[in-house]
Design a protein around this ligand. Structure first.
Ligand SMILES: C[S@@+](CC[C@H](N)C(=O)[O-])C[C@H]1O[C@@H](n2cnc3c(N)ncnc32)[C@H](O)[C@@H]1O
Length: 245
């Protein structure tokens, strides 16, 4: 049951963990998740006046990282869990501070957030100069279709950037990962978020997910070119970047 990827169950699970989601991210990664999102945002390589889409945006942290890194870019975040979107919108309202659309910190425009499914994106072909996803595609029941949808709405010459948990290569990283991710994280999830199931789902979904090379191959199958990736966090996170021809 904890490993079920049926969309309504996934949305219900993320709805339950939404109130503690950001706090759990900081705890599980010792705060490194923010740095990883900044690195992903930098890879979007946007220019003023362009648009970016962050799918599976959750509480919006990658969308905010994009808006801060690329001022004068219009960023849209999309997710299918209402409770996550509510938190993203609350953060956007706080950042606007009631004064126009600028960020107090980065000077960028606050993102807008829309409800939608990454498997059927409500946008025309070639809409965005960059499409990003952070810890999202691992949750979808049809990964090739999700990648095809993200590629479809990306403009020719635009980028797709994917930040995702992955199995580290053999060695210290994998041994540490087995203990931290498989044992400590579910215990933290039970104790801190009151949600053992969601945080058992997390390591199980990483085990079931294609490894970093296989994900790169699937991106190429989706028609993307110059696919590359680098590992972060002792190899437990992969940052893939690809371009639409
Ligand atoms: C682990 S969270 C990641 C949130 C955010 N991107 C981040 O960096 O923290 C995964 C998110 O993907 C969303 N999600 C899962 N499947 C989806 C789908 N098919 N369409 C849209 N959102 C989806 C969930 O609602 C959840 O908010």
């Amino acid at each position: 049951m904890c490993t079920d990827r049926e969309p309504r169950r996934i949305a219900a699970m993320f709805g339950r963990i939404a109130p503690r989601y950001d706090f759990m991210n900081r705890l599980m990664t010792a705060g490194l998740d923010r740095r990883w999102r900044r690195l992903a945002a930098a890879e979007a390589a946007l220019a003023p006046g362009q648009g970016a889409l962050d799918v599976c945006c959750g509480t919006g942290d990658l969308a905010f990282a994009l808006a801060e890194r690329w001022p004068r870019v219009d960023v849209v975040g999309l997710d299918f869990t209402t409770e996550m979107l509510e938190r993203a919108r609350q953060k956007a309202a706080r950042r606007r501070g009631g004064a126009g659309h600028s960020h107090p910190g980065g000077g960028g425009r606050a993102p807008t957030f829309v409800h939608g499914d990454v498997l059927a994106l409500p946008f025309a072909d070639h809409t965005f100069a960059a499409v990003t996803v952070g810890w999202g595609v691992r949750n979808v029941p049809d990964l090739p279709r999700a990648l095809a949808e993200m590629a479809r709405v990306t403009r020719p010459g635009g980028r797709l950037v994917c930040l995702e948990s992955t199995r580290p290569p053999e060695g210290f990283g994998r041994r540490f990962h087995r203990v931290w991710f498989d044992k400590v994280v579910p215990a933290l999830g039970r104790a801190v978020a009151g949600e053992g199931c969601a945080y058992e789902y997390l390591p199980a979904s990483v085990r079931d997910f294609p490894d970093a090379d296989a994900l790169a191959a699937l991106m190429a199958d989706a028609g993307l070119v110059r696919v590359r990736y680098r590992r972060l966090g002792f190899g437990a996170v992969a940052l893939h970047v690809a371009e639409k021809p």
